[in-house]
Design a protein around this ligand. Structure first.
Ligand code: AHM
Length: 341
């Protein structure tokens, strides 16, 4: 019998994907559902952010005498709580926590996966109602089952990721995630409270017309980077117009646009930050995994982001990410020596 509806929910989609792999246990699907659940609860809170003056400012005491929590702390606590209750997560690492957190109940210690996340990326944008997001990644643990997970489970390179993605809290709320098979986007249908498949098999356009960078930092960039910015500002596009600059300052929002419309997003090293600003394990690896699953490219200037061997949980890396052609063009300027080898 034909289904009377066209909607495919996140759950249905992940279960259908799992069926392609007879050895799959469904744990990855459950984990994605758990992350989706945490993000739906975070979304509810984000939607109220504009009302803080009415409901009480963060850090202040509300009318019931409860202290209002900062949204990024709320998001962090929510993800930890949902994943701790899940039977499929051995532990987490968060941009908000100094160290990883192993879950030590019997079910968690026997779970195959660990999750890393940036609970609320771009949180400085909350006050101006610009999109923000949660970024997540899932690795299969290396440590033996039956004991608490260890640091080495979280310090795996991006090329070992099982799944990664983000939830964007914007004009609509979307979850976009990739496995090694494909990248897909799900829009939250508020009336049924479900993420529904809206962007199947996303492909990042090979070419793009938009560059995205905090150009205010350009006085601190090296000559190669400055030359690439000049290239973008000149008539280099096929239609004879300069590239357009778009920068929200919220990586999830800037990357979401780059994924859908094509272009390049950059946070390079500069005179004050030899490693750039963005975190390898919480921001750059998951986004590179996703963009590459969609046919794009993520580089740190001298190689793939996904091939960096992490040494610290909170390490930073420069990033050039987006449409393959434009990232390769940027690399011609920023790492000519590497390209010549
Ligand atoms: P955050 O972790 O404090 O939110 O900072 C991360 C954000 C990214 O979302 C964004 O791409 C970048 O910082 C913007 O930085 P800048 O303001 O230096 O351009």
């Amino acid at each position: 019998m034909n289904s009377p509806r066209k909607l495919i929910t996140l759950d249905e989609f992940t279960i259908q994907e799992t069926r392609q792999f007879p050895q799959a246990t469904g744990e990855l699907s459950s984990l994605l559902r758990d992350i989706g659940l945490a993000c739906k609860i975070i979304n509810k809170q984000v939607l109220k952010a504009g009302l803080v003056d009415i409901l009480g400012k963060h850090g202040a005491t509300n009318i019931q005498g409860e202290e209002q929590m900062k949204l990024d702390i709320y998001a962090n606590d929510m993800l930890i709580s949902v994943l701790n209750n899940s039977a499929d997560c051995a532990g987490i690492a968060s941009e908000e926590n100094d160290d990883f957190v192993p879950f030590t109940d019997e079910f968690s210690m026997n779970s195959k996966y660990v999750v890393l996340f940036d609970p609320l990326d771009g949180s400085s944008n909350i006050d101006v109602n610009a999109p923000i997001g949660t970024i997540f990644s899932i690795y299969k643990r290396i440590s033996p089952l039956g004991m608490p997970c260890t640091a080495e489970d979280f310090l795996q390179p991006g090329n070992k990721l099982m799944a990664a993605g983000y939830v964007i809290y914007g004009s609509s709320t979307m979850m976009v995630y990739a496995t090694k098979v494909s990248a897909n986007g799900f829009t939250l249908e508020p009336s049924i409270g479900e993420f529904c498949l809206s962007h199947p098999n996303i492909k990042c356009p090979e070419k793009g017309k938009i560059y995205s960078i905090n150009q205010g930092n350009s006085c601190k960039y090296d000559d190669g980077m400055k030359a690439f910015l000049n290239y973008c500002m000149e008539n280099n596009k096929e239609d004879g117009r300069p590239y357009s600059l778009r920068y929200i300052g919220s990586m999830v929002a800037d990357l979401h646009r780059t994924l859908i419309k094509g272009g390049i997003f950059m946070y390079p090293a500069d005179r004050s930050n030899a490693k750039g600003k963005l975190r390898l394990q919480y921001e750059c690896n998951p986004m590179s995994f996703l963009i590459e699953a969609a046919g794009g490219l993520g580089s740190f200037g001298e190689g793939r982001i996904l091939d960096i061997e992490p040494t610290e949980l909170h390490q930073r890396t420069p990033i050039y990410i987006g449409s393959k052609n434009l990232v390769n063009k940027a690399l011609e300027f920023v790492s000519p020596k590497v390209l010549a080898n």
